[in-house]
Write a protein that binds this ligand. Structure first.
Ligand SMILES: [Zn+2]
Length: 215
């Protein structure tokens, strides 16, 4: 098994935000969060992670982690950047299960505006410059043009993150008899590939594998 660890703090904070809060502004203090992110990366590395995937998306996180890993003997440990991560309503089902909805405010200070195509590209290219080994677009379904934009500008592998709300829509529509679930699932996953994704993270993974193995 190849183990990829999700590096973030929102699962461990009572306020649900992805790092240390600035008491004055009640928003995440980017630089303080970078410091503890480097510590968390070393914990993951020493525990045996094969790849580290920082999901919190602080500015400069890739550079910070790359430096910390290199300085501590983990030069060969790859980083998958959540390089283009939108502030999206598609995360809804996961947040409910993980109870990770912030208790106040939202993540819009460090996640991206879904309307901003150029920023979406720029954020990923910035992470490539900082040393990312894999780039990502999250969510995937409403952002296929962004996957293609990045594909055209970078030679790194690109991961499409097919999130819980995207999965739930297909599941519920299938259960209601509105769509042919299996065909729509494969069509959706194929769309990610066509857009330029090399990797797909999806809740459909097991079902898709079973289906593809049958054929
Ligand atoms: Zn987080």
């Amino acid at each position: 098994m190849f183990i990829v660890t999700d590096l973030c703090f929102c699962e461990y904070t009572d306020h649900g935000h992805c790092g240390i809060l600035d008491p004055k502004t009640q928003t995440v203090d980017n630089d303080k969060t970078l410091e503890i992110s480097a510590q968390q990366a070393l914990v993951h590395a020493r525990a045996g992670a094969d790849m580290i995937a920082p999901s919190g998306m602080m500015d400069g996180i890739i550079h910070t982690l790359r430096t910390a890993l290199d300085e501590n003997g983990f030069e060969n440990l790859p980083i998958m950047a959540y390089s283009t991560k939108f502030a999206s309503a598609y995360y809804g089902p996961f947040r409910d299960v993980a109870e990770s909805t912030p208790s106040f405010g939202d993540r819009r200070t460090y996640q991206m505006n879904p309307a901003n195509r150029l920023e979406a590209l720029e954020e990923s290219l910035q992470d490539e410059k900082e040393g990312a080994d894999i780039l990502m677009v999250k969510p995937a379904l409403a952002f296929m043009d962004v996957i293609r934009d990045i594909r055209n500008e970078s030679n790194l592998p690109i991961c499409a993150y097919n999130v819980s709300g995207e999965y739930a829509m297909l599941k519920h529509a299938g259960a209601a008899g509105l769509i042919d679930y299996e065909r729509v699932m494969i069509e959706t996953l194929t769309g990610f590939k066509r857009a330029g994704a090399d990797l797909i993270i999806t809740y459909h993974a097991k079902e898709a594998c079973e289906l593809l193995n049958k054929k």
